[in-house]
Write a protein that binds this ligand. Structure first.
Ligand SMILES: Cc1cc2nc3c(=O)[nH]c(=O)nc-3n(C[C@H](O)[C@H](O)[C@H](O)COP(=O)(O)O)c2cc1C
Length: 730
């Protein structure tokens, strides 16, 4: 719901809001410029003093105004000359005619009404309402993503578009909320939705005597010039007319002959609110606030652009289902937890089979769980597991939402995972436990599907059919991922002497056969994953990328595994040989933004993405690499490149450990333990730790880091939860 409120309306309104925000940002400069240009109002000058000086030059003076930026203007009609003139507050001398530049007038009109009169003014008012809704829903979404309102200042992880959108959003949100609230108030005033602010001045009777010189009037002599808002002069032809003086406190009517204050109408509460709202919206009279509001508004085009990218990506990734029954009234609800979309494919097969069997079936992402889903006759949950047994993207918010949603339908949970991971289907287990704790009866025991096995899925379908009392045949044919062809451009082989060959493979896009021009690589960054489908199989294998598109090659490190279909295929590939691959973004495994030091830890082929991070470090951010191999002579991957990076300061320090070397015989975790004091110093500076390699190495490294971080009052769980300890483990 929240995402729907934020997503599509944001995209639709992006252009209109950009116009309002950019013009607002330009106008916000005005108060600071005006303030710099306006002559200072000298202390000790009274309204009477200035009025006398100006009246001496302009016998037909009708009003003096002090504008919010502090400048003074005089309206006059002297018979031969008339107009509005700026005056020096110290001497009352004229500073030239007052006029708003044509460009400012144009920008103001664009800002207030899109140059379209009342209809445009109404649209701008609705725009302010939309901006308010987008700001609030955006912050709620960010809080949900970062782990609650208390976590709103945590580092934001994800793709560049996600990071920019989140960072800019939280920087600008206060200014945008203030601008939109005050803009809404002013719009409501324009359309008469707020009652008249002005108090009613009491009826007074002037003495009718001969007007005294304005400089002598007591009620004007007692008011400092700095407090003046406006002084209206009496009509010289009407002896009963009076002076009207407006200050922030209210309106005073003054006898032109005696100089006595005849009546005082204090400013109403509404007038004071209007004044405050105008100041808070325009920054006039508060130039610094104006600039801050302007900066917030200037973020809107970028927020719009990154928002559109995020929305389009989410839309493209969302699977489509024909005949999805509405959630309300569905007898069966399928909720899906997926990151790479394959689980959606299985869920689609299940949806179609159940619908064909006569059920009303609704399918949705686990993150969307709501009361209508839990009101169904039965709930079927299909979910993948990632990382340390974590939730996939479409299920990240499920457990926290589940606790708040009422309803206890009978459930069956089907986990999708990979037995090669130590936490096989751990998230599915957590979901099943949470549902049981909530009191949902179990329709079927938790079932785990290994590596997308169509047979295991079909078996579960039979079990489900037995419970439902009808046949349920689930024949799922996985949709192959969209791959691009790549050709091997170069290879380096290490570790042969040890019987554990590791190859660095560099691929390029094939050349155009007609023109011979090099093809374009897909977009990727070091640390993302390349999915490679070996010939004769449908299951992709994932390899961490050691390069980014900018390097002009797709580079991976592959260890030859005994009986491994894909690694055998890749090691046998000759230069010019072709593969089919696709990119899976891996935003969780990237250096955090900023200049805090990075501690990179890896072993064997796990050096790939770490070498990629170092290679991309042109800005010489402190990077410390700990890497473990078997033998310095045989499998020191990237040896020469790393030496060059050290010389160029892309790499700050390198510590290696070789397990098979006679004098060394050490592992990477030994280097961590030995370097504890230095690592503690780096962690005090906010260092982030990135670990890549096999599961056993990663566990040993975790154990080695525990005593390193403990004296700092830290623990690895905390570092992991805020993205300062991230792993890419296989
Ligand atoms: C980076 C990565 C991490 C994974 N971590 C686990 C894990 O910890 N436990 C597990 O059982 N499966 C793990 N898997 C396997 C996925 O859960 C499995 O491939 C699943 O079918 C993916 O479904 P999806 O395409 O819908 O996201 C992981 C896969 C990848 C690519």
């Amino acid at each position: 719901m929240l995402r729907r409120l934020h997503g599509l309306p944001g995209v639709v309104l992006a252009l209109g809001l950009t116009v309002v925000a950019v013009t607002g940002a330009v106008l916000s400069l005005q108060p600071a410029l005006d303030r710099a240009a306006a002559p200072a109002v000298p202390a000790g000058t009274s309204v009477a003093g200035l009025a006398a000086q100006v009246a001496a030059r302009h016998p037909g003076i009708s009003a003096i105004r002090q504008r919010p930026d502090g400048s003074l203007t005089v309206a006059f009609d002297d018979g031969d000359a008339r107009g509005v003139e700026r005056v020096d507050p110290a001497t009352g001398t004229g500073l030239g005619p007052y006029q708003v530049p044509e460009t400012t007038r144009f920008i103001t009109s664009l800002h207030r009404s899109f140059l379209a009169g009342d209809a445009g003014r109404a649209a701008a008012g609705l725009g302010a309402l939309a901006m308010l809704a987008l700001s609030v829903s955006g912050m709620l979404l960010l809080a949900r993503r970062l782990g609650g309102a208390g976590a709103l200042l945590r580092p934001i992880r994800g793709t560049p578009a996600q990071r920019w959108h989140g960072e800019l959003g939280r920087l600008a949100v206060a200014g945008l909320v203030l601008s939109s609230l005050t803009g809404l108030w002013m719009s409501a005033g324009t359309f008469g939705l707020i009652p008249e602010a002005q108090g009613i001045a009491p009826a007074v009777t002037a003495s009718g005597g001969t007007p005294a010189p304005v400089g002598t009037l007591a009620a004007l002599r007692s008011v400092p010039l700095a407090e003046l808002r406006e002084l209206s002069f009496p009509d010289p032809a009407d002896p009963t007319d009076i002076f009207t003086l407006r200050t922030a406190a209210g309106e005073t009517q003054i006898d032109a002959a005696t100089g006595a204050a005849l009546a005082f109408a204090p400013a109403t509460g509404l007038e004071r609110i209007n004044d405050l709202v105008r100041t808070l919206h325009t920054g006039r009279g508060a130039w610094l606030l104006g600039l801050l509001l302007g900066l917030s508004s200037a973020a809107v085009p970028m927020l719009g652009a990154t928002g559109i990218i995020l929305w389009a990506r989410r839309r493209a990734a969302r699977p489509r289902f024909t005949a999805n029954a509405p959630a309300r009234g569905a007898d069966t609800v399928i909720l899906v937890g997926s990151e790479g979309n394959s689980t959606w494919g299985f869920a689609g097969t299940l949806h179609a089979a159940l619908t064909a069997a006569g059920h009303r079936v609704h399918i949705a992402a686990m993150n969307e769980v709501g009361a209508a889903h839990l009101a169904a006759d039965r709930l079927l949950i299909l979910t993948a597991t990632y990382g340390e047994g974590d939730a996939p993207a479409s299920a990240k918010g499920f457990l926290s939402r589940l606790a708040r949603v009422p309803g206890r339908p009978p459930v069956a949970v089907l986990g999708f995972g990979d037995r090669n991971f130590p936490h096989f289907c751990r998230f599915a287990q957590e979901v099943a436990d949470a549902l049981e704790a909530k009191g949902c009866p179990r329709l079927l025991p938790l079932k785990r599907v290994d590596r997308r096995s169509a047979q295991e899925f079909a078996q579960w379908g039979q079990d489900l059919g037995a419970v439902l009392g009808h046949d349920l045949t689930l024949s799922h044919v996985a949709e192959p991922p969209k791959t691009v062809p790549l050709v091997l451009a170069g290879r380096e082989l290490y570790g042969e002497a040890l019987g554990t060959p590791v190859a660095i493979l560099r691929f390029q896009a094939p050349r155009d056969p007609r023109t011979g021009t090099p093809g374009r690589l897909p977009a990727f960054a070091a640390g993302d994953l390349a999915g490679i489908v070996p010939p004769g199989d449908t299951m992709p294998r994932f390899y961490s990328l050691a390069s980014s598109t900018r390097d002009g090659v797709l580079e991976i490190c592959v260890r030859l595994r005994e009986g491994g279909l894909c690694s055998t295929f890749l090691h046998a590939l000759a230069p010019g040989g072709a593969i089919n691959a696709f990119i899976r973004e891996n935003p969780a495994f990237r250096p955090a933004a900023g200049r805090a030091p990075l501690i990179l830890v890896g072993a064997g082929a796990g050096i790939g993405p770490l070498a990629g991070f170092v290679r991309a470090n042109a800005e010489e951010r402190p990077m410390h690499l700990y890497w473990g191999g078997r033998s310095a002579a045989s499998d020191f991957l990237y040896e020469h490149e790393l030496a060059q990076h050290l010389a160029e300061r892309r790499l700050t320090s390198l510590k290696t450990a070789f397990s098979r070397d006679v004098e060394g015989g050490a592992y990477v975790q030994d280097r961590i333990a030995a370097d504890a004091p230095r690592l503690r110093e780096l962690l005090k500076q906010g260092a982030q730790i990135l670990v890549c390699g096999g599961r056993d190495m990663a566990d040993a490294v975790t154990r080695a880091f525990e005593p390193v971080v403990r004296p700092l009052g830290l623990d690895l769980a905390t570092l992991k939860s805020c993205g300062r300890y991230v792993e890419d483990v296989y």
